[in-house]
Unconditional design. Sequence first.
Lengths: 261, 1121
Amino acid sequence: MSESASANGPKPSSSVKLVLLGEAAVGKSSLVLRFVNNDFQENKEPTIGAAFLTQKCTLPTRTIKFEIWDTAGQERFASLAPMYYRNAQAALVVYDVTKPSSLTKAKHWVAELQRQASPGIVIALVGNKLDLTNDGGDSAGAAAAPQAESESVGEDGEEGAGEEAEGQLPASGDARKVSTREASTYADEEGLLFFETSAKIGTNVVEVFTAIANAIPESNLKTGRGAAGAGQTALGSRSGEDSRVNLGDRNAATAKEGCAC
Amino acid sequence: MMSLSSFVQKASSLIDPANFNIPSLSSNDNNPSKASLFRQQFRLPDSQNPLQEITAELILPLPNSSSDSADGSRRVDRAGNRYTGRLHLSERFICFSTQPTSFIPSSTLSASTSWTGQTHGTGPSGNGFTLPLSSIRRVERLHSARDVFSLALTTWNGLLNKQQEPNFSPQRLILQLVGSRQACERFCDCLKKGLREGMKEVDNLRSIVTDCYSEYLLSGTKAKDANDGEGRQPPDAGLGMLFRYPGDARKLRDRSKMRLWGEYFRENGRNSTLVRQPTFHKLIRVGLPNRLRGEIWELTSGSMFLRIRSPKLYEETLVKFDGQESLAIDEIEKDLNRSLPEYPGFQSDEGIGRLRRVLTAYSWTNAEVGYCQAMNIVVAALLIYMSEAQAFFLLSVLCDRLLPGYYSTTMYGTLLDQKVFESLVEKTMPVLWEHLAKFDVQLSVVSLPWFLSLYINSMPLVFAFRVLDVFFLEGPKVLFQVGLAILRINGEELLDIQDDGSFISVLKSYFSRLDESAHPRSENPKLRAITRFQELMVVAFKEFSGITHSTVTEQREKHKDAVLDNIESFAKRTSIRNLGPESKRLSADDLGTIYDRFYEVLYQWQQHQELAEEERMRMEKKKSERQSVLGPPVDRQVGRVGLGPSPTHMDYDAFREFLAATSKWAVSDSPAPARKDSSAPGYSSLRGNGKSLLWANRRQPADHEFMQRLYRKWATDPEEGLSLQNVVNGLARLKGARDIMNNINYFFTLYDDSGNGQVDREGILKMSEALLFLSRRGFEGTITATQSLEDLNNPRGSDADQNRLTTDEKFLGSVSAFIRRCFEYADPSHPDNQRGVFSDSTTEVTEKLDSFAIGDDDEEDLIDVNDDKPQTSSAAVSSPQPTESSEKSRPRSESANPALDPNNPLHITLPTFRMVVLADELLEQFFESYFPQSFHLSDHPHPASLAASSSLSSNLTTFSNIGARASASVVAGAPVAGASGGIVPPGKGLRGVLDNIVTDGIRMAAEVKKRMDDAQRELERNALGGRDEEDDEDDDDDYPSRQGASAAAMAGGISSWGAGAYGADPERRSVRDADRDLLEGAEAEVLSIRAPKEGASSPRARSPASAHDPEVVSKVVEFES
């Protein structure tokens, strides 16, 4: 379907290397599978080294082809990661909203990327397995809830989303262990995009990728891969701002329209 | 042709110099590379060492059915097939191989090409056999007509089964030894010994062998014929028996393969007694039949030998660790449902259960590896063809030998082999390599899974197993050969790709079409019948036959360091980043230094202990055989972070090593005698070029109570040891604060054993001991109290050496004053006062004690000290409330009396301690700069530390000046007196402690003296000059006083304590006088304390007091004014 969408109008197309990082079994591969095939598998083979997939994402002004490197999550594979995030223009750092340790690990990855990856890399922090929490449980409200969160993060910041999430913690059947506020505050501090997703029921998955596509500066795309990022340090400092601006854009135009998948 | 090659082989083996002087190797020959090469070649367990080797000719009886055609390396004559090669003997094995061996003692890695270089399909072990000695039933020496030394080995082949096979004749191997009679005899003796040992293992062997599918294969049909009712259950040949084996058995021609193998077994022995002939290698190349696959893998990889050694290990491990939990088990559990999920066996509880048990058992036996993703896939694949126990041992061989470091916690093996693979691609396919480089396609992102999961999840299973068949026989080079062949075959297409995506998709589609014809449009039907997989195998093993074990080994050596460095820098930055907020108080450089030093010490310490352990074992005459059957091979090299799981905690002894590398004071005073110039570093480094000398020799760590305290303080759990986090936190608290109060508090808490904010008498003495211990190697220029002023006042420039000396000496004085003051200001620990001085509400507090309660405010304490000299205007400047009534000091002095009574327990509190420290210029500086700075991290010892004096000292500058002035006029008898104030009244124990202090001081002084000898004359002259100058200098007379002190030290060579104790006229005194004086001074001091006010002043007036004693100072000033 992505082909048909791109066929509608000859938009400029460019590829973006994106890497997924995060603790084992937080659902990195599942996120990708949802994004690429709109599918979900309960028993997904663990990723050995890294899996490679591609998917196109059509924005109003351009088409972006994601080259997705889905890395293995087991701790010891961490030393292989530099091989995969080399030259990446975007990164999804995934944690599991039901597992606090996974957020810690995610923070480590963010720090690693900020120091070692290409300057100007767009990083999105993604809390997956929203379906296991109350706010993600009903698929009807699922789409609305995260949107409200990201708005509240942007506008009244402290109060709204955080208290809401924390208030829900003791609720029965809610496996959430990482509050939205905690993660979003951290994401704000570090200038990251932030989403909570469910690869299982599809909440917010496409939105993540669309937001990343939007957040990637035009100038980073032209040359394609390899040269991207190199020598563009100036853009690096701005990427945080860009991302927030684009986050707003995404909320304005509904996400489903934004992406062809 | 056949005879020619045989001839050449024989000739070359005769030319081999090793044949002429056959090395007889004793069991303590520890040439690791030789032993490991030997084990590698014959796939022997790590416990085996090459004991004997000799050239021999293996003569096999002619097969009944001469089914296989003639082959190059064999000569057929009436007696049978003859092979020339080398016969080897280890503790439990006898091995024969036609492959020239190169692990003669002189061999190096690169010289090993000879045996690994010619493995065209025959594998490193070539033709021959690897027999456990337990499988040999009898050895006869044959008397032949010619003068030939012949042995006939009869094996247990086929005899360990209860049921006799029809037409069965025992396996008999004839070996003709070639060598001197003596060498042959020696070999036989050794063999005899081994055979006796081997007898003990026959039962093990039987238990393994009877469960081999080969035994069933050879006896199975007959059992049915015999109609004995039961019929034998086929042995476990993997999940495939329950869930079908992958692939189409007919298409794989499984049945005919089975027949061929049956025939081969009958003629050449089976399982543990199999003899490798060329047909063996060929049969493996065409793919193993399903039910024999597991057994042959076990045999060719050598894992069967491990199983024979400890047949019950697998089951025992499971039982032993039943119900226990570990991180590895959690990780395994996550992956059980996702291991070859497409194979029906792994959708069942049976299959998943087996997988769980094997992975779990292995994670227990090799906790260092634990569990690594990809192992689940590999083990799942193995379990299709083998029993759990077989898979367990094979996994062990994989992790330890075939894929070293692949699954370790750093996966260095994986990364290393990727580098090796890349370099091989560059070498063999430069055009493709350049193309990939041009488009920035990273090869390893594609090839890494090939290696890590042995192509199992890259190729369709049937083909992956074919690769495995050869891999287990020929070793890791197969993975490279296949990888290179894949790229070569797809070369054209790969030259068109421009990014990772298309690169991957080209290969993906290639793998999916492996079963198709390689030449679909060829006219030749034979050619058309060749599948792409067959083509791949041909290219891999023909075209890349040059890729040998030694190629791989060499390349691994070449890239090893770079790969490890990469991993380590990654590990380091990750680990440092994760150290938490406390660590932020240290600079990145410091953290880096701590990290490096921490692991350096840990690894060296570990190696040291291993060597010691080895030595101990040798002393106990134990065999070098290892206790555990499994686990990584012993490596006596210093470990590296990059190599895998690192030790994480250092015990106290390792901590001492760490400190010795960090702080000069932690270096032992009595280094090993053999070391040249070993006592020098400590002092010579003080002269300025400290760094090089400081880190030069290996430093023997000291052992001091202070270090133990530091260790206990830093450790979360002293039993467990110190983690990097502990060390970083410890140092961060010390060095990070840059705040004198923090440092003083820290030091105090080190001695606050009970944690109630009190340090008792014993503690006070220990503190002072520690102060001396820490300072005994000088101050590295950090304590130069009035140095700068002095420099200003001393236009001639000061001799650093002299200044240092006097600083050291003055510090001793400070310490003695410290003790005295501690006792003076200590609080009595009355039972009803146990709650601590901080509780002011205590009702029974006497008036005296009240004054102490006030003293709890450290600000006031500080002032109180100064209060004793109200006339000193400069002191007034420094103290916010200078005019506190002097009556207050009176009760305190009185209260000092009971403090000296041993029956009267006392303690000091933190505020008191602070006060006492701040009351002394040198101690103050000690805590402000020297103490934290004596822990050298990334900083350079000298210049920085001088500049780093913090703001706090500026408040007290005036105070320092007073001290300096005082020291000018009085060169101190008081310190000794002060110290002795503690000595005399208390009991023996305390005296002992103090004696130690004195001994320390004396030892130090002796060292000082040694270094002073050269400069003696000059110093004397200076001393005189200095005295002359005294009149001219108003503000700071520190310098001349130091001259006096150093002169004193020179004159007597007495302790620095003593040095402080001398009056202005040291030349007149002898050493003995000095000692006597020391004692007298002590008595005098006791008197002075007993009779508070007047007593205190009079002896001090006679033999003037320490420069840094404010009380004394005030009096001196009085006198002067």
